[in-house]
Design a protein around this ligand. Structure first.
Ligand code: PBG
Length: 326
């Protein structure tokens, strides 16, 4: 036979051979696990559309954190569901706000865990938008002040990283200046720089009780059809002082993750959002897919696309499965 062709299968011949040439790997340190802290007592509600994800009140946080630490998770991302909401989202920047209290608790009891605080108003405003409003308009500059207050109060509570997700223009510049002025020069900003107006956030809005009461978020979150806009958003955030760039959602936007990874020199974070999680869970529950294999493939695909870090509700399971495989 004088056929000319390459024998790619040589490097796939056994599990050890495949491991030898594997290009991308998942590690426990790659994952950031979102937590929903509910103001109140004795609350541990499973989110119906997000099986395995719970809203927990402070009195359940110790147990939840022990489980998280036992799994080997190193970083958590905190969302709060306040007992009271108002027009201006006062509980977002209150000294005793739910995220501030949870941050203090975690940093006292589990000091080595990295606390990332989500900085947004939508869970705290009565109208459910990420900024303040006038009529049905979401006001940009007026919202910045409140977001700065939120970030500073989170840093005061001990947050290791501030993660603003509100998509107002100038939020990185404003928050950086506010943190510096308050003395938090060393607290980094993980910016949700590239955040699309996505239907995949549906289950999260149930979990965080933060759905907008009117309209949608399309005047501040990005159009899913756009790629160059992602460059503009990332450029301005880096120029304003972002230390990390988040691309969100993950699965339908891995091309954008690769673009951002290739063009910027800060760590790239992908947010594997609630709707992506719910789809996998639902299909797995029906026995239509193998959950373990699917999740590990999905998360590996995100790293291959260029993600340095992954925010994911699958973190506990993924780390458990990775340990089993070793
Ligand atoms: C709040 C926020 C949202 C998510 C993270 N922060 C929802 C939204 O913008 O409507 C979504 C996360 C997920 O779906 O898992 N601004």
């Amino acid at each position: 036979m004088d056929l000319q062709f390459k024998r790619h299968r040589r490097l796939r011949s056994s599990a050890n051979m495949r491991a030898l040439v594997r290009e991308n790997h998942l590690r426990a340190e790659d994952f950031i696990y979102p937590l929903f802290i509910y103001e109140g007592e004795n609350i541990r509600n499973e989110v119906p559309s997000m099986l395995g994800v719970f809203q927990v009140s402070m009195d359940h946080l110790q147990a939840e954190m022990e489980e998280i630490v036992a799994h080997g998770i190193k970083s958590v991302l905190l969302f709060g569901i306040p007992a009271e909401k108002d027009e201006c989202g006062t509980q977002a920047y209150h000294h005793h706000g739910i995220v501030q209290e949870a941050t203090r608790f975690i940093k006292e009891k589990f000091p080595e865990i990295i606390v990332v605080a989500d900085t947004c108003l939508c869970e705290y405003t009565s109208h459910g938008h990420c900024g303040v409003i006038s009529g049905e308009k979401i006001l940009n500059d007026e919202s910045l002040d409140l977001l700065v207050q939120t970030a500073v109060s989170q840093a005061e509570a001990g947050a290791d990283i501030i993660a603003p997700s509100n998509m107002m223009d100038g939020f990185v510049a404003a928050i950086r200046a506010g943190l510096d002025k308050a003395g938090f020069l060393d607290v980094p900003i993980m910016s949700y720089a590239v955040k699309y107006a996505s239907a995949f956030y549906g289950p999260f809005r149930e979990a965080a009780e933060g759905a907008p009461k009117f309209g949608d978020r399309k005047t501040y979150q990005m159009d899913p059809a756009n790629r160059l806009e992602a460059f503009r958003e990332a450029e301005s955030d880096v120029a304003e002082g972002a230390d990390f760039l988040i691309v969100k959602p993950g699965m339908p936007y891995l091309d954008i993750v690769r673009d951002i990874k290739n063009n910027f020199n800060v760590p790239v974070v992908v947010y594997n959002v609630s709707g992506e999680y719910s789809m996998i869970k639902a299909a797995a529950q029906n026995g239509w897919i193998d959950e373990k294999q699917t999740v590990l493939e999905l998360l590996t695909g995100m790293k291959r696309a260029g993600a340095d870090l992954i925010i994911t509700y699958h973190a506990k399971d993924a780390i458990r499965w990775l340990n089993e495989n070793q």
